[in-house]
Design a protein around this ligand. Structure first.
Ligand code: MTE
Ligand code: LUZ
Ligand code: MOS
Length: 762
């Protein structure tokens, strides 16, 4: 069986040899032009005049296109159509595209784009979510989820905690930047080769922008050099701009963003500002919880609505909250339009309750892990989420208990205290944090997928499905599923580029559902072929179709063993259909956006991590000494890939909460738009002692081979790093006061928190 084995990524050898083909590696056609975008330099303004003569006169320039040149609709936004491709006279953030210039080379296009002379009439700009909230400036109506009677419960609570928290955003920092290569075809056709998590959405956006039908547009993506949510909706601008230029010029056009432009133009993870108020018992049990969150949506809606919904539905994390009042608003700011990023609001929702529990524990002088356990969801009671979904697969108590043991949490807690007692400047900190993550798109209709499986006459198999490969290993997993279904070794199965002309109307590869959905769809296709082959084999050799077995590259039927290619050959001559489509729609899902109630998730994935850090209290520098993570991937389809996903998500989430700081100047310009100023974790930031394991489990839902999704949930594991840092800071004041600590916990933020603790205990 190919399923459940720790097989290497299907393209691993190509990746390390530098032979994997990304969009920019595809050989360019004769006559290809290169595009660049001219960008706004004001955060909010009307354009009163625009002189592009110098751009047109620049060396190598072939043409310049503005909003007036767009043949169809000037929009590239998902869901709510409020994202112009090119500004039509108003700009709403620094970096907003105003025009497209095409030239003979990439460099000439980029140089020419800077020569524009634009006159602006400036308008007042809103630059922070707090300012957006104060001005009630939102991209969508605010949302609210209530259960029980928060106010009554709060008033009865013996103890309360109240405060604010700010958690910064995050740049996706995919290694391969945004890119699209548009090639005009006959009969109004347009082929777009691009780096995208969502080929079908790119097809729709390009069709609308060109004023043609979807069947005129073909979008293809073999693989991405990372997406992380940044190419779910925001690959659209690049596809649309390249296609418009290709249509207008009649020539192939490539648009490749350089890193600074990519960071200036595209949206990121939403930063969140929270105001919270919680009532709890003397034992630390939460009685009433209220949170009011506002995100930095940026200038348009993009995916901010579903992101906020997921934040609301993850505020509970692993805790039963009886009486709650959860509010979320999407602040309209004059900055990049923020978008999907691994976790999709889930991490932002859950970190608030973790921060609150950390506060409660310190107020009570208890270990935060014990307060966490006390508030966990129960098995048969205290098992209904604030949004009404009953949790039937809860393993958080067992999982954390196992991690507590394997990480020697209690002994290390004592060792850390002993170390701190004798170390005046270097302080250690330790934290164990849990996670629960709902799996499914929280927009119900998106939970569907399709696949095509071809068995050729020689017995080789070709698979195509609607998911996209971004390094996460979806193709490897789908390949394993198909190989397993047909009883073949993996080398007999090949997967080709994702292509809108093969599987139609696909959803984004997102919400961690890629392998769940496309694995099921491909299994459905392969099963149909297997059933036809089994029926045919019975015709030839007798026996019962239900007893025909497929394994070892052979078909076993009524005492006969026939090599797969031999049976396939015979079946072809007998005119048996050897290819099939497959489809899957996740069952049991429903959601009422008005009441924010329903059953939005198919199941939950769980996990926990323990992190130990040492902080230099003079410099604010710190190091992660050891991290232990335990993740519930159900019956893993591929443990090697899943462990890689957990490790990657851990380090990426650690960057979000510690070193990655987005900073806009007073003029609304993002100043951290390159790796020189925006610091993602490097290899030396990974803990030397990093123990990642998968929890023994099996999905109670009938998911693909009872596995669970892995893409996003482990991004919550490094909460343990953030709270370990907070623990170390807290030791400076003998754990008597709660250090105010916003994220990212940069060295500067850590020093500020230490100063606040010292001032408070003085
Ligand atoms: N892993 C790699 N290597 N590169 C990526 O871009 N994206 C993440 C996660 N893991 C990503 C990744 C995100 S945001 C999601 S939603 C899932 O992969 C999507 O893939 P899946 O649903 O097939 O797990
Ligand atoms: N919901 C969700 C979504 O939970 N995850 C996603 O990535 C997403 N994308 C678009 C719309 N809803
Ligand atoms: Mo992932 S943020 O759902 O692309």
């Amino acid at each position: 069986t190919a399923v459940g084995l720790g097989k290497p990524h299907e393209s691993a050898a190509l990746h390390v040899l530098g032979q994997a083909t990304y969009t920019d590696d595809i050989p360019e056609l004769r006559g290809t032009l290169h595009a660049a975008l001219g960008l706004s330099s004001k955060p909010h303004a009307n354009i009163t005049a625009m002189d592009l003569d110098a751009v047109r006169a620049a060396p190598g320039v072939v043409a310049v296109y503005t909003a007036q040149d767009i043949p169809g609709t000037n929009d590239c936004g998902p869901i709510i159509h409020d994202d112009p491709i090119l500004s039509a006279g108003k700009v709403e953030y620094v970096g907003q595209p105003i025009f497209i210039v095409v030239a003979d080379t990439h460099d000439n296009a980029r140089r020419a784009a800077r020569r524009a002379s634009v006159t602006y009439e400036e308008l007042p700009a809103i630059l922070t979510p707090q300012a957006a909230k104060a001005a009630q400036s939102y991209v969508l109506p605010p949302m609210r989820l209530q259960r029980g009677d928060y106010q009554a419960a709060f008033e009865q609570a013996p103890r309360t905690v109240k405060g604010t928290l700010y958690v910064g955003g995050q740049e996706q920092f995919y290694l391969e930047g945004q890119i699209a290569y548009a090639i005009p075809q006959e009969q109004n056709g347009m082929q777009v080769l691009c780096s995208t998590q969502h080929p079908s959405e790119m097809q729709h956006v390009v069709a609308h922008a060109l004023g043609v039908h979807s069947h005129n547009v073909q979008v293809e993506c073999r693989r991405m050099g990372g997406g992380f949510g940044g190419k779910e909706s925001q690959s659209a601008l690049w596809c649309a701009a390249a296609a418009i230029a290709a249509k207008k010029s009649g020539r192939p056009v490539k648009l490749r963003a350089d890193r600074d432009d990519d960071m200036l133009v595209t949206g990121k993870r939403h930063c969140f500002y929270y105001e919270y108020e919680v009532g709890y018992g003397d034992d630390g049990k939460i009685i009433a919880a209220k949170v009011d969150m506002v995100s930095r949506a940026g200038y348009s809606a993009d995916l901010s609505g579903p992101v906020a919904t997921r934040a609301v539905c993850h505020f509970d994390n692993t805790y039963y909250l009886s009486d709650v009042d959860i509010r979320a608003a999407c602040g309209k700011t004059n900055t990049q339009s923020n978008t999907a990023f691994r976790g999709f609001g889930g991490p932002q929702g859950a970190i608030a309750i973790e921060y609150i529990i950390d506060e409660i524990a310190r107020d009570l002088g208890q270990d935060a892990y014990d307060i966490r356990r006390l508030n966990f969801y129960g098995k048969d009671e205290r098992n209904v989420t604030p949004y009404g979904q009953v949790i039937v697969d809860n393993v958080i108590a067992e999982l954390t208990a196992e991690l507590e043991q394997s990480s020697e949490y209690r002994a290390r807690r004592e060792a850390v205290a002993a170390y701190n007692a004798t170390s005046p400047l270097l302080k250690k900190g330790l934290a164990l944090t849990p996670l629960k993550f709902g799996i499914a798109f929280n927009v119900t209709h998106l939970n569907q997928a399709g696949a095509l499986v071809h068995v050729y006459v020689d017995g080789s198999v070709l698979v195509n499905h609607g998911g996209t490969e971004m390094g996460q290993g979806i193709n490897t997993k789908v390949l394993q599923v198909v190989a397993h279904e047909l009883g073949l070794d993996m080398e007999h199965v090949r997967i080709t580029a994702t292509d809108t002309s093969k599987v139609a109307n696909t959803s984004a590869t997102a919400a961690s559902t890629g392998a769940d959905l496309n694995g099921k769809a491909a299994q459905d296709a392969a099963r149909q072929i297997r059933e036809r082959l089994a029926a045919y084999a019975v015709k030839l050799y007798g026996g019962d179709t239900a007893e025909v077995l497929f394994f070892d590259n052979k078909i076993h039927v009524n005492g006969h063993t026939v090599p797969f290619p031999e049976l396939v050959q015979k079946a072809y001559l007998a005119r048996v259909q050897l290819w099939s489509d497959g489809f899957y729609a996740t069952p049991h899902l429903h959601w009422d956006p008005k009441t924010m109630n329903g059953h939005p998730f198919s199941y939950y994935a769980y996990g926990a991590a323990v992190s130990e850090v040492v902080v230099d209290t003079l410099t604010g520098e710190w190091k992660l000494l050891r991290a232990d993570a335990l993740y519930d991937a159900g019956q893993s389809l591929n443990p090697a890939i899943d462990i890689g996903q957990v490790e990657g998500a851990f380090i990426q989430g650690m960057g979000w909460l510690t070193t990655e700081q987005l900073w806009w100047n007073e003029g609304g310009k993002l100043m951290t738009h390159a790796p020189s100023t925006y610091k993602i974790p490097g290899v030396s930031d990974c803990p030397e002692d990093f123990r990642v394991r998968l929890f023994e489990n099996r999905n109670v839902e009938d998911s693909i081979h009872r596995s669970k999704a892995v893409g996003e949930p482990p991004l919550l594991l490094p909460f343990s790093v953030f709270f370990a840092i907070r623990d170390a800071i807290s030791s400076v004041g003998g754990h008597k006061v709660n250090p105010p600590l916003n994220a990212p916990a940069t060295s500067e933020e850590i020093l500020k928190a230490i100063a606040a603790v010292e001032a408070a205990v003085k």
